[in-house]
Design a protein around this ligand. Structure first.
Ligand code: ADP
Length: 204
């Protein structure tokens, strides 16, 4: 494996237990369910409901959530374009490690740039990156405004807010599209479960 690094004299160490062995023990195939969309589009809500369903089905998951990661690993990063890129790069690498542990990873981040999502897709094997576009319209997200952030952004109190004064690049061919303005939480989560079964990531 070609791992680029700033450091010299380091190389990738192949350990005895493989990703597939770890995943098989959990009766699943590892993957990254990558939720992308505007603030308030329902990423956290749907990822949380889906994780609960997967847990009840006996699967081993881990949910990575935007705000939570910014409390710890990425607390040195802000919302400039370059910090957003680094934010997603670290999350991508972390998601890859969790997938390597055999888990079904649910990553809920606005991740507004196509090139960043492509970077994460390219980190893992074919079929392991499942892009879930939350296509809920901006008007609905802004009306919900669960954290009051759109209001602040409109008043100029928050700069670089996605959808207001920072761009959101919608996915061109996501594996799944969910519009939570038209689909309730249960139905959205079930759509993803059906996809996972169809792809043999989980079994009936
Ligand atoms: P994001 O993680 O994308 O910022 P959140 O999940 O935090 O979005 O917020 C979505 C908001 O929309 C929540 O307040 C949620 O209760 C509300 N909501 C209303 N209908 C739905 C739905 N069908 N799916 C998801 N969220 C919904």
């Amino acid at each position: 494996m070609d791992q680029q690094s700033e450091a010299t004299n380091i190389k990738w160490h192949h350990h005895h237990i493989t990703k597939n062995e770890r995943a098989t023990q959990k009766r699943q195939r590892p993957c990254i369910l990558w939720f992308t969309g505007l603030s308030g589009s329902g990423k956290s809500t749907i990822a949380g409901a889906l994780e609960q369903k997967l847990f009840e089905l006996g699967h081993h998951t881990y949910l990575l959530d935007g705000d939570n990661v910014r409390h710890g690993l990425n607390k040195d990063l802000g919302f400039s374009d370059s910090d957003r890129v680094e934010n997603i790069r670290r999350i991508g690498e972390m998601s890859k490690l969790f997938a390597d542990a055999g888990l079904i990873v649910l990553s809920a981040f606005i991740s507004p740039f196509r090139s960043d999502r492509r970077m994460v897709r390219d980190l893992v094997e074919d079929g392991e990156f499942v892009e879930i576009h939350m296509s809920t319209p901006l008007s609905v997200c802004e009306q919900r405004d669960p954290k009051g952030l759109y209001k602040k952004a409109r008043q100029g109190e928050i700069k670089n807010f996605t959808g207001i004064d920072s761009v959101y690049e919608a996915p061109e061919s996501p594996e799944i599209t969910l519009n939570t303005a038209e689909c309730d939480v249960e139905a959205c989560a079930n759509t993803v479960i059906a996809y996972l079964k169809q792809q043999n990531i989980i079994r009936d």
